[in-house]
Design a protein around this ligand. Structure first.
Ligand SMILES: Cc1ncc(COP(=O)(O)O)c(C=O)c1O
Length: 390
């Protein structure tokens, strides 16, 4: 990248003609060529350099999406970055690019709940077996590798319970057994963790979250290394995913401040987690506690933490309901990664069946996204509402 990431994010993605600090939004289905020969030339150029932005039809992108791809390729330090309409589409693309009937996939448990539905039930219809492994026990993963394993699908940290894994061990295991690897890196983004550089074949980010950062866009990205490029390029042509130029523009704009926002999310989340750690009935699921396995693995790989954390609260459901309903600054709703704080009671919104990290009786999982408000106000809001946790 040359410059620091902070500078790079501000000084990239200019207008092709250097006329404005941001790229123009170019919308197109048809691309007009000067001559019959010209379209052939573009197609030849694509064959020579498939990541060079040689488009003959709008589904492949326009200069707006290409500029975002270039920006993300540098940030991810990857060979190519695919832009998809949602983070979930990127998850689908990564799996369908490499997995075929009769194959097995090893998947982190717990996993983002729609990913569980996709792998556990939908893939079964294609005779693809999903096997879930315990993120706290590397041996469990190792023992589950078979000759049929095609892909190790990692989510780090684990969904809602925030387990951090020893990522290099997973990569070495996969390489030794010629297995593809994918990571869902939405929590960290390549600002905090660069999975392709570390050795993963594919890395997913839901651009809906921190990339766009303003809770008004949906999008997904899939970064790939050179070895995996040909599989994903082929699959994406067949599936036909594309991100609209308008959304690509908003994501490019969001990326300008990714560094500043993530650092503020982290600063606020640290203050909130320090405050919450005083409550005996709350077990914090955030990698700040020195000496824990999660802290060790987080410190080893990440440049920092984002603003999403879990709380395991031991109390009656009624108390959790009152706590969540009384919050004033934390909105109750899906998603995260925007400027605002959010809360969600996991068991009420998801029927997921965790194989590991199960909750005990009277244990409740609450997810908090710590936004960019003044941390004092957030703490005050939590303090008032936590009076209901008895
Ligand atoms: C970890 C994680 N990965 C992927 C997704 C899917 O992203 P999208 O909502 O953009 O489809 C989400 C959405 O909440 C998520 O939390």
């Amino acid at each position: 990248m040359g410059k620091s990431v902070r500078t790079f994010l501000k000084h990239t993605a200019k207008d092709f003609y250097n006329q404005s600090v941001n790229p123009p939004i170019v919308r197109a289905s048809t691309i007009i060529f000067k001559s019959m020969n010209d379209i052939k030339k573009t197609q030849r150029n694509y064959k020579k350099n498939p990541i060079g932005g040689h488009f003959d039809y709008g589904r492949q992108g326009t200069s707006t999406t290409h500029i975002l791809q270039q920006m993300l390729r540098k940030l991810e330090e990857s060979y190519q970055v695919y832009l998809t309409p949602t983070g979930f589409a990127s998850i689908f693309l990564s799996i369908f690019s490499v997995v075929r009937p009769e194959d097995e996939i090893l998947i982190t448990d717990p996993i983002y709940s729609p990913t569980r539905v996709l792998t556990e039930s939908y893939l079964k219809e294609f005779n693809i077996k999903s096997i879930f492994y315990d993120p706290k026990n590397f041996k469990d993963l190792k023992n589950k590798v078979s000759k049929k394993t095609k892909l190790i699908y990692v989510e780090n940290p684990g969904s809602n319970t925030f387990e951090f894994q020893d990522l290099s061990k997973i990569i070495s295991l996969a390489k030794k057994n010629k297995i593809f690897t994918t990571i869902d890196n939405t929590w960290g983004t390549p600002y905090l963790l660069k999975p392709i550089k570390l050795g993963f074949d594919m890395s997913i980010v839901s651009a809906t979250k921190y990339y766009s950062g303003h809770s008004d866009v949906m999008g997904g990205t899939l970064a790939v290394n050179k070895r995996t490029f040909k599989y994903v390029e082929r699959a994406n042509k067949i599936i036909g995913f594309r991100l609209s130029p308008d959304d690509a523009y908003l994501i490019t704009r969001g990326l300008r401040t990714l560094d500043v926002r993530l650092e503020k999310h982290q600063e606020n989340a640290k203050k909130v987690s320090n405050f919450l750690s005083k409550y005996k009935k709350i077990k914090l699921l955030y990698p700040h506690k020195k000496g824990s396995q999660n802290y060790k693995n987080w410190k080893k790989y990440y440049q920092g933490a984002s603003g999403l954390m879990g709380l395991k609260i031991k109390c009656k459901k009624n108390s959790v309901t009152k706590f969540l309903n009384s919050l004033k600054l934390f909105g109750y709703g899906y998603s995260w990664g925007g400027f605002e704080s959010l809360a969600l009671h996991q068991e009420s919104v998801s029927k997921e069946k965790r194989k590991f990290t199960k909750l005990a009786k009277d244990e409740h999982l609450v997810r908090l996204h710590i936004g960019l408000e003044d941390s004092k106000d957030l703490i005050e809001d939590l303090k008032e509402s936590l009076k209901f946790i008895k």
